[in-house]
Design a protein around this ligand. Structure first.
Ligand code: F6P
Length: 259
């Protein structure tokens, strides 16, 4: 329960994508007498799970990705731990940002989603948060930094979701407009490991329990989720066809708090 990452040592499998690999997986599951499979992962894993279901294997999906980009669940396993890792990094970076009066651009993961950047940015007190769901306005970001300087603010932390196109590029744009000393930190894979937070442990426990319950009932092709603190289940295809939207209120809050 205290270990991070994929302790089953499962990872993206190119072989499973091929017809031979897929057929071998079916054969192996039948050979081992597997009566039900709990698939822990994201979009790609669930597409595979759905295919297994079509081929007579009972499957239940448990959403686990730091990106929190899966619809029909408020949270995915790993997201909270990643957010806390980022907040911890921001706290450390702020020390140099303040002493050296620099602008720090912190690039975080999330693939095409800005969920990690938004939550960690608010919790870490970032001055600006750039996410792919909303257009980035470098003039506005730069003006905000300069206004802060006039008021005596020594540091600026800008969170950049990887989906925006790279903190290096953003850094150039900000430097060009402000003339200030900028530094880029790409947090990378440290966000994908480490001991899970209590929140993630609770979530995984509740998801796991529900997955087993559904399989015991003989159900299949379901994805577990948590909506408004209730554990729910939806058909995998239905869940994947929905949109995971960023809460606009939360995005607005980020701008209000970081004047
Ligand atoms: O989906 C999780 C994730 O960590 C993304 O945030 C990131 O874009 C990607 O995986 C990194 O993948 P890889 O480890 O293959 O570079």
């Amino acid at each position: 329960i205290h270990r991070g990452g994929t302790i089953l040592l499962t990872a993206r499998s190119q072989e499973f994508m091929t017809a031979e690999g897929f057929n071998q997986a079916i054969k192996m599951l039948e050979h081992k007498g597997v009566e039900g499979l709990v698939v822990i992962g994201g979009n790609g894993s669930f597409k595979g799970a759905s295919k297994l279901h079509e081929n007579g294997i009972k499957v239940v999906g448990v959403p686990a990705t730091i990106d929190n980009d899966i619809p029909c669940t408020d949270y995915t396993i790993g997201f909270d731990t990643a957010v806390n890792t980022v907040v911890d990094a921001i706290n450390k970076l702020r020390d140099t940002a303040t002493s050296h009066e620099r602008v720090f651009l912190v690039e975080v993961m999330g693939r095409d989603s800005g969920q990690i950047a938004l939550k960690a940015g608010i919790a870490g007190g970032a001055e600006s948060i750039l996410i792919p769901e909303f257009e980035s306005d470098y003039d506005e970001v730069s003006d905000k930094i300069l206004r802060g300087r006039e008021r005596g603010k020594l540091h600026s932390i800008i969170l950049v979701a990887e989906g925006v196109g790279g903190a290096m590029n953003v850094s150039k744009e900000i430097k060009l407009r402000t003339g200030l000393d900028t530094r880029v930190t790409i947090l990378g894979h440290i966000q994908r490991g480490g001991t899970p937070t209590a929140f993630d442990r609770m979530l995984a426990s509740r998801f796991g329990s529900k997955a087993v319950e559904l399989l015991l009932e003989g159900q299949s092709n379901q994805m577990i989720g948590m909506e408004n603190n209730h554990i729910v289940a939806h058909e995998i295809e239905y869940a994947l066809a929905q949109n995971k939207v960023i809460d606009e209120e939360v995005y607005k809050l980020a701008n209000i708090l970081s004047i």
